[in-house]
Ligand binder design. Structure first.
Ligand code: GLN
Ligand code: ZN
Length: 765
């Protein structure tokens, strides 16, 4: 039985690729060094797959930056602004497309999230000038590299339908018009690959989303042509991340030799799917979870595969990971500091390769009762560990009732808050963090490594908070923050102080380009044993007469940016998190902090892939936010911050969160996002970010004034707050000072005009 994974992490177990890329970008190392590193990493990744017993190794999943960018390059699609390239696309142009060309001031291609993962891809651009031609031999070269090593390669390409669905086009251009030329290039490559390999994997994850009519109409004929080009080599249409639903007939008509599907996410429909597939089509069962870090329950997996085997027979079955392993860390065996029991529950990419291979052997009928019993023991250890199921947490979650999700109606809260806050029109504030200087990061590191005492650390952080508060007072901001110097990361910081979380040393996962994140792992019931932020915030408030916002990370964001246990529904884990955050919020209030911001940066990215599932998610996500935020008095003002601009579809849900004030990203879209707010008549207060903190550019006062007036076309002046787009931690103090000073001036200018223009004056005679 063939055993394979859909892709492997690229960074290397020591993040070698990151280091090589950044060295090259800084001009410290040559292109040859970078390419050498890439070649070594590819070989390492293949060895992981081969040595762990997979029968096919995946080739072409490796990328120096991103696989969508690689596909665009394969098709010769260099946007005009980067110049014309005739031969193969060189490394300089490739990285300009990915990262922009600062010298010539040419913006990079746009980047966005890859389906519902935290990986970001570059969005290919179609314009009138686009021409399609084969412009890269990468896949062929890598396939030859694998063959030379004596391996059995399975080249992978992003399918044309997914590629086009995720691209964008200039006005007046229909990107689907390019499909015939694109298919021609794919066929050209496939013809050259076919003699080299038994299988070619065509990734079409778009099949697990709500596809457009255009995509559906074009799909079967497109794949049929690819199959024809492949001749006797076999094509596997790979789907992942979700349910197939209405994509099944398209796949059935594809003429491809196999379909890969996520067994976990299609379980209830498997029989129906199989019934619709031609009896000659093989099924690659994605069963080892490519999105999570838990060791597979091998017995359960064999049981899950049983009905499938009965339906199609073993000859038609292949075993795989649910998706590429790009979304999990590389190798668990590097972890030296994890609790050994918890470590025994985990599997990273290398271990998952082994699991796929084991499962294929098990199904091949080899007697592995010992193996299954070993797996049973691990699962039992997880089930019975006293840190995993904690009765007190379960009890609290069970006792959550509707009243705990509700505050007094906003209209009644508002006057009570206004009465003590005495804020001017258009109050100014910031989102939470201030520049994280070298010395701040160094101090945190030294403290965590035990090199400095608690006392030294605390004194240092207090002086940072002191500075940040003074800076804000000098700038004339109306609502202050403490600046978050003690936090490395908004999720990790809170996770480290809650029960139920653990942290790896090397568990990095690529987010985009050379950027990686190391997500916490939620392995057990979550609770907050003691206050986390109270001392810092109380100290900050003691330094000023201005109101100061306490700052906590919300439950949905904690959930979305962690690896979550797979033995409880996400919704339940989120409730536990919400109760933990609620405790913190109430403690802040007790300590006299009466403005509290609960950040939900990730609320939107947690959205499921299919619209049908959105409502269920949004309902529990919003309820969790409400559970976290509703335990306070009417006089306490709850803020929330969300960092995205594409809001309109979920606006009613944002309103349902019922935060007194929300701040959102808006400046990059030139306040366009507010259009939705015009229609909905958003009931509470809102601060659309007017200063784009993603860029080092300092906005001018006039520009900011204009943005404020635009915002006022939609948001009544009594409800409008003035703030940047997001936290300032990645910026430098000089630019932050200047930008905030301009922001405050702009707010003052508009405020004065508004105060002069009494509505009665306009009524005339
Ligand atoms: N309060 C956080 C900060 O300012 C919010 C960060 C975020 O939205 N990603 O850094
Ligand atoms: Zn943000």
């Amino acid at each position: 039985m063939e055993a394979h994974v859909l892709g492997f992490p690229r960074m290397g177990r020591g993040r070698e690729l990151k280091k090589a890329l950044e060295g090259y970008w800084r001009g410290e190392s040559s292109a040859a060094t970078l390419l050498q590193c890439a070649e070594t990493l590819r070989e390492q990744n293949w060895r992981y797959q081969h040595d762990n017993g997979l029968s096919l190794i995946t080739v072409g999943d490796f990328s120096l930056y991103d696989q969508m960018l690689d596909t665009a390059c394969m098709l010769g699609m260099v946007p005009r602004r980067f110049g014309t390239v005739n031969g193969d696309i060189d490394l300089t142009t490739y990285f300009h497309m990915a990262r922009g060309d600062a010298q010539r001031n040419i913006p990079a291609m746009k980047m966005t999230k890859w389906f519902d993962t935290n990986y970001h891809y570059l969005v290919p651009e179609f314009s009138e000038q686009t021409t399609i031609r084969l412009a890269s031999r990468k896949l062929l070269d890598e396939t030859h590299q694998a063959l030379a090593l004596g391996l059995r390669p399975k080249p992978v390409l992003i399918g044309p339908i997914t590629f086009l669905s995720l691209s964008k086009q200039e006005d007046g251009v229909n990107r689907w018009d390019f499909l015939p030329q694109i298919v021609a290039v794919y066929c050209d490559i496939i013809k050259r690959l076919a003699p080299l390999c038994d299988w070619i994997q065509i990734d079409e994850p778009v099949l697990c989303t709500d596809m457009t009519l255009e995509a559906k109409a074009q799909a079967p004929a497109t794949w049929q042509q690819l199959k024809q080009a492949a001749g006797s080599s076999q094509i596997m249409l790979a789907t992942y991340f979700g349910r197939l639903d209405e994509a099944v007939p398209l796949i059935a008509a594809s003429a491809c030799d196999a379909v890969h599907l996520d067994v976990l996410r299609n379980e209830s429909h498997l029989a129906e799917i199989i019934q619709h597939l031609p009896t000659t089509m093989m099924v690659s069962a994605g069963i080892i979870d490519g999105r999570n870090v838990w060791k597979n329950d091998l017995r359960r997996s064999t049981e899950r595969l049983d009905p499938l085997r009965k339906m199609i027979g073993d000859e038609r079955l292949m075993i795989g990971s649910t998706s590429s392993l790009l979304h999990v860390p590389v190798d668990l065996y590097q972890e030296q500091q994890l609790d050994p029991v918890i470590k025994s529950w985990l599997a990273f990419a290398a271990q998952k390769c082994r699991e796929v291979a084991l499962l294929a052997h098990l199904l091949d009928g080899e007697d592995h009762e010992a193996l299954l019993r070993g797996s049973d023991r691990i699962q039992a250890s997880r089930r019975t560990d006293s840190r995993v199921e904690r009765p007190l947490v379960r009890q609290r979650v069970a006792q959550v009732n509707d009243a705990m999700l509700k505050r007094t109606p906003y209209a009644l809260r508002r006057p009570q808050q206004a009465q003590w806050l005495h804020l001017p029109l258009l109050p100014t504030t910031t989102i939470g963090s201030y520049p994280q200087t070298r010395s701040i990061r160094l101090m945190r590191r030294r403290y965590h490594q035990g090199e400095v005492s608690e006392q030294v650390y605390r004194t240092f952080m207090q002086s940072e908070i002191h500075n940040t508060v003074s800076e804000q007072e000098a700038l004339g901001l109306d609502v202050l923050v403490h600046g978050e110097p003690e936090r490395n990361d908004m999720v990790e910081y809170f996770g480290q102080q809650m029960d139920g979380f653990c942290f790896t040393q090397h568990g990095w996962v690529q987010s985009y380009g050379s950027r990686c994140v190391k997500s916490p792992i939620i392995y057990g019931d979550v609770s907050r044993p003691r206050p986390i932020t109270v001392e810092w915030i109380r100290y900050a408030q003691s330094l000023t007469d201005k109101p100061l916002k306490g700052m906590v990370t919300g439950p949905v964001t904690m959930l979305c940016w962690s690896f979550v246990r797979d033995d409880l529904p996400r919704e339940v884990v989120c409730r536990q998190l919400a109760l933990a955050v609620r405790d913190e919020v109430q403690d802040l209030e007790q300590a006299g902090i009466r403005l509290i911001q609960i950040d939900e940066a990730a609320l939107r990215e947690g959205m499921p892939l299919r619209e049908d599932d959105a409502e269920t998610y949004l309902r529990w996500a919003v309820n969790c936010f409400r559970l976290a935020s509703s335990g306070v008095a009417d006089t306490t003002q709850i803020h929330s911050h969300m960092c995205y601009s594409d809001f309109n579809a979920i606006l009613p849900w944002v309103a349902a969160m019922d935060a007194d004030v929300i701040s959102i990203e808006a400046s990059r879209s030139n306040m366009e996002l507010l259009d939705g707010f015009r229609q909905l008549d958003y009931p509470n207060e809102i601060g659309p970010g007017i200063y784009d903190i993603h860029s080092p550019r300092v906005p001018e006062v006039t520009e900011l004034v204009a943005l404020i007036w635009r915002a006022l076309e939609v948001v009544p002046k009594e409800k409008l707050w003035i703030n940047p787009d997001c936290g300032l931690k990645t910026r430098q103090w000089p630019e932050v000072r200047e930008a905030l000073s301009n922001m405050v001036s702009a707010a003052h200018q508009v405020r004065q005009r508004l105060e002069r223009e009494q509505p009665s004056c306009q009524m005339g005679d």
